[in-house]
Design a protein around this ligand. Structure first.
Ligand code: TYD
Ligand code: MG
Length: 460
């Protein structure tokens, strides 16, 4: 029989384990960090306690897919419609959801509001490693969380995994919220707190706990502005759903909109976005966001402005695209656009230059979207082209016009999904003209096949 090992050598820096003492840790490369440690039942190589772990002596088994319980009805409504929409219809039990975003964007606010509104009779444990219980209470008061909603939320202010595990086992929450992953630590994953390894180890333990106990986990992770986020990124593959919370570039100019997007979702699509506004009483969902990204004007539009009808998940949004061209200060003309991918802007500009002989070289091009929403849908191309053309020529796009269509490098306007729905939403919002590739609902005189025809129709 194999001899049971009683001690291992564990790296104080990264938690790596070796059966023999070594001068240098093969995992992280640190010198003299291996320390003799008694074997703990939990510290199998990565602290693994997988969801379906077997008892001793049982043989591994497979089973026919048809005999597996589909776990229907195992979603919990978060009580926040926009959050449920992004999650694909509520919080899936036994799942882990990572909520990433810049500090101050509203992650803690969102979770606390969800804790109060969640459609469950079970308990909700909010673990805060960043704020004191008093601070969380103050926020809850500000959000108007009181009565029964407040009393079923348990709060624990610690980042120590052992403490958290003890409390989790005592409270048995249905939803566990951890704010944030970066504050989690345990001596089992090395002595240095705040390392990526600590965060991964602790997160894994908590993810395993919810999977075994039919609960759900929300894990907050801070992402810094220019961060190629080594930390939270490394958690993405461990969780089931990754949500990113983002806001406008400058709060002053674009209001208080917040957008929740799924970067990964095992239980739903990643197309849907949640739209919120941040106000005095926290976040409120915007159910009908079509008007949020339009600027209401009387009479003629200024040059450089065009309205796109874009699809975000199942909703059509009308968004104002703004463009500005100025003579380039340097030898090279540049594109400044952070709400629409600059590569897309450059491509549309190049297509205009080529097919309409619009002189854009020698000019810097600035592009913005009203309301600060990021647009990646292909249907934005035609409106983007119209805004750039209008900015450069000084000719305004006629008021009451909405546009949709994808632009190919050959200058063709390509069809996009669900044109009829876009036409309908635009009409309901008072847009009389809808320029689009031929499709259902597009008036024959407004159907355009190439960029040349489209610009001619708009500007002459
Ligand atoms: P917070 O949830 O603390 O952000 P995060 O957890 O992502 O760091 O949000 C903080 C910001 O939200 C802060 O700038 C204040 C603002 N806020 C409001 O405007 N209204 C409110 O009701 C609350 C609670 C916060
Ligand atoms: Mg916070």
């Amino acid at each position: 029989m194999k001899k049971q090992r009683t001690c291992v050598f564990k790296c104080a820096s990264c938690g790596h384990e070796e059966p023999k003492w070594l001068g240098r840790c093969p995992e992280c490369g640190e010198w003299n960090t291996l320390i003799e440690t008694a074997v703990n039942s939990r510290s199998s190589p990565a602290g693994l306690t997988s969801p379906g772990s077997r008892g001793k002596g049982e043989a591994p088994q497979s089973l026919p897919l048809s005999s597996v319980d589909p776990q229907e009805g195992s979603r919990i409504g978060s009580g926040i419609a926009e959050l449920d929409r992004v999650l694909g219809g509520g919080v899936m039990k036994r799942s882990a959801i990572l909520v990433g975003g810049e500090p101050g964007i509203g992650k803690s606010t969102l979770l606390l509001q969800a804790a109060a509104a969640a459609e469950t009779k079970g308990r909700i444990l909010y673990v805060s490693g960043e704020e004191s219980a008093g601070q969380v209470r103050m926020r809850a008061d500000r959000l108007g969380i009181m009565g029964a909603a407040a009393s079923r939320i348990e709060i624990c202010c610690s980042g120590n995994l052992d403490d958290i595990e003890a409390i989790v086992n005592a409270v048995r929450p249905v939803i566990l919220m951890v704010d944030s992953a970066q504050t989690l630590r345990t001596s089992e994953a090395g002595l240095i707190p705040g390392t990526a390894n600590q965060m991964k180890f602790c997160s894994y333990e908590l993810i395993s706990w919810v999977k075994e106990h039919d609960a759900a986990l929300f894990l907050v992770a801070h992402v810094t502005k220019d961060g190629l986020i080594s930390g939270p990124k490394s958690l993405e593959h461990m969780v089931d759903t990754v949500l990113y919370f983002e806001g406008p570039v400058s709060a002053a100019s674009d209001g208080d909109c917040r957008f929740l997007r799924a970067a990964k979702n095992r239980f739903g699509s990643v197309d849907e976005i949640g739209i919120f506004t941040m106000g005095e009483q926290g976040l409120s969902g915007v159910e009908n966001p079509s008007l949020l990204f339009l600027v209401r004007r009387e009479g003629e539009l200024p040059p450089g402005v065009a309205t796109a009808a874009v699809l975000e998940g199942t909703r059509t949004l009308l968004v104002e695209i703004q463009a500005l061209t100025v003579p380039a200060k340097g030898a090279i003309s540049r594109v400044f656009s952070d709400r629409i991918d600059s590569a897309r802007v450059s491509r549309v500009a190049a297509t205009l230059e080529k097919h309409l002989s619009l002189r854009l070289s020698g000019h810097d091009l600035y592009v913005n979207v009203a309301g600060g929403i990021r647009i990646a849908e292909v249907g934005v191309d035609l409106a983007l082209a119209a805004a750039i053309y209008s900015a450069r020529t000084g000719l305004p796009v006629p008021a009451g016009t909405a546009l949709t269509g994808e632009l190919s490098l050959a200058g063709e306007i390509r069809p996009v999904r669900r044109i009829a729905g876009r036409v309908k939403t635009a009409r309901n919002l008072g847009f009389e003209r809808f320029l689009a590739p031929p499709g259902e609902g597009v008036a024959p005189g407004m159907a355009v096949k190439d960029i040349k025809g489209a610009m001619k129709l708009l500007f002459t």
